[in-house]
Design a protein around this ligand. Structure first.
Ligand code: HEC
Ligand code: HEC
Length: 460
């Protein structure tokens, strides 16, 4: 909630000035101008925000905090008009509602929604309803309850659009992939944790519910069973942003081509973003909002006009997307600011003495800091490397115009416990990552040095 803008507190003062002049005369104004201002704010606005905004602090809300609040609203709630795709084209809302509620099929119950990793913002649930859920009086197998949650705007990153009680469309926001909840109410239900990657979210399973997959099969020029096979291969916590550019569903070794959903926090000070360094945060935000979420906006990237590397993008004209009404570009600045502001979570559960020893290895013998430079933990400058430099294949890097891997900023591992490490989660544990570097760089680390390094990483 932004606090009260300057102009409104002026009005408050004018109103109160008038009333007080009539009733109490000038005396009170002279003696208690400050008190009057304070009461005026409470009286007219009736909120704590009003008090802190116009009396306790200087009347003006800083432009930065207003932009930040705007950015948070965009990150959490803005679909950029993408309901025309998820609802309008794919008809996904009808699969959610189910036949009984005017849609198709069995519908998506809250239980099913939670099982594919969707999260519920407990702060949007009225107390009475929360008590009923706790008491087991709400049927979590009923899609109708999902509709109520959508109507309360309580499903993180999913927006329902209603006519009366009928779900007429739905859209997605950044938060569906880049937020989780703290599970404080129940598993999958709690307070929002923006920026944490949702490593439970099965994006492929959700998209495959769509009653009309024709827009996707047309785009990729594949049949529906092929599309379904690709979507089923992603699994929880993964999404393949490049599929809709190059049409590659699988790696040469037959494994899924999808990448782990990354954190949206801890990106300040880093040059290039995404696992393969597509561009800056505002670049990628525009990319995702236009090309992946299918919001309505403008986007340009000449690099996508390459039919050899990006056959799907080239024929779909993704290099230049133009809409007369642009619901995206004006939001990029606030969205950027919000992402830079997102706090990095730190674990308290690690061995501090071991971590101190691990830091020395990270900065010295392990050579880690030559790329992961503290405090951003990515290279200061051009933060890209060929697969050979870290002893991995170049499949994913070759799907990017940079043909490189970006040095991952090593921060907030407490939020990345699931799904493994490296872009595709190929290393199940940090220990496995360290073992990999030990053999790649021929470091000759002892078992204790390796575990010290892991403790250091856990504390980042
Ligand atoms: C369907 C899930 C999904 C949605 C929705 C989504 N993202 Fe992402 N995001 C991803 C994945 C997967 C990647 C990694 C892409 C890659 O490297 O190929 C990513 C990468 C990013 C990155 C780069 C992170 C880094 O480490 O450099 C940022 C920043 C980001 N997303 C922000 C956003 C914002 C802002 C939105 C809303 C406009 C958004 N994302 C919507 C899944 C999603
Ligand atoms: C030559 C540059 C370079 C050096 C040196 C380097 N890294 Fe990396 N690191 C990278 C790149 C690039 C990635 C991204 C790989 C990917 O996503 O496939 C990465 C990824 C990681 C990850 C995975 C992060 C995640 O969330 O998936 C960890 C952990 C890591 N490095 C730790 C280390 C440690 C520990 C060392 C020292 C032993 C080290 N790195 C040395 C470039 C480097």
């Amino acid at each position: 909630m932004p606090a009260v803008p300057y102009s409104r507190s002026l009005t408050a003062r004018e109103v109160i000035d008038g009333v007080v002049t009539k009733v109490l005369g000038r005396f009170l104004i002279l003696v208690g101008a400050a008190i009057v201002l304070f009461l005026g704010a409470v009286f007219v606005h009736g909120t704590v925000d009003a008090v802190s905004g116009s009396a306790a602090r200087p009347a003006r809300v800083s432009p930065a905090s207003r932009t930040l609040a705007h950015g948070r609203r965009i990150f959490r709630f803005d679909t950029f008009g993408d309901q025309s795709f998820w609802g309008g084209a794919l008809q996904l809302h009808r699969a959610i509602a189910g036949k009984k509620n005017g849609g198709v099929g069995p519908g998506v119950s809250p239980k099913t929604a939670l099982s594919v990793g969707l999260k519920v913002d407990a702060t949007r649930i009225p107390k009475r309803v929360a008590a009923a859920i706790k008491a087991g009086k709400v049927n979590l197998n009923d899609p109708k309850v999902t509709l109520s949650l959508l109507k309360l705007n309580a499903v993180v990153g999913v927006r329902g659009f209603f006519r009366g009680n009928r779900l007429t469309s739905m859209g997605l926001t950044c938060a569906v992939c880049h937020s989780t909840v703290d599970n404080s109410f129940a598993r999958g239900i709690g307070r929002r944790r923006d920026g944490w990657p949702n490593r439970d979210l099965n994006v492929g399973a959700i998209i495959s519910l769509a009653p009309n997959k024709k827009p996707l099969t047309d785009l990729l020029r594949v049949d529906e069973p092929t599309l379904n096979k690709v979507l089923a291969s992603w699994g929880p916590g993964k999404f393949d942003a490049e599929l809709f550019l190059d049409g590659k569903g699988f790696r040469p070794d037959g494994k899924s081509a999808a990448a782990l959903i990354p954190a949206a926090f801890g990106l300040g000070g880093a040059n290039l973003h995404t696992y393969t360094g597509w561009g800056s945060v505002p670049y990628w935000n525009a990319f995702v909002a236009n090309l992946e979420m299918h919001g309505i906006g403008n986007f340009s990237d000449e690099r996508l006009n390459n039919p050899n590397q990006f056959p799907v993008a080239a024929r779909a004209g993704f290099a230049h997307v133009h809409h007369r009404r642009d619901l995206i570009t004006s939001k990029l600045a606030a969205l950027h600011l919000y992402q830079l502001w997102l706090p990095v979570p730190h674990s308290r559960h690690f061995n501090r003495a071991a971590a101190r020893r691990g830091k020395a290895i990270f900065d010295g013998k392990g050579r880690c800091a030559s790329c992961h430079m503290p405090p951003t933990f990515t290279d200061s400058g051009w933060n890209l490397h060929a697969g050979q430099q870290i002893c991995i294949d170049n499949f994913q890097s070759s799907r990017s115009p940079t043909f490189r891997y970006r040095t991952t900023p090593l921060r907030g591992f407490v939020a990345k416990r699931k799904g493994g490490f490296y872009h595709d989660g190929r290393y199940p544990t940090l220990q496995a990552v360290v073992d990999h570097y030990d053999s790649c760089f021929r470091l000759g680390l002892s078992a204790r040095e390796k575990s010290d390094l892991v403790q250091y990483l856990l504390g980042r």
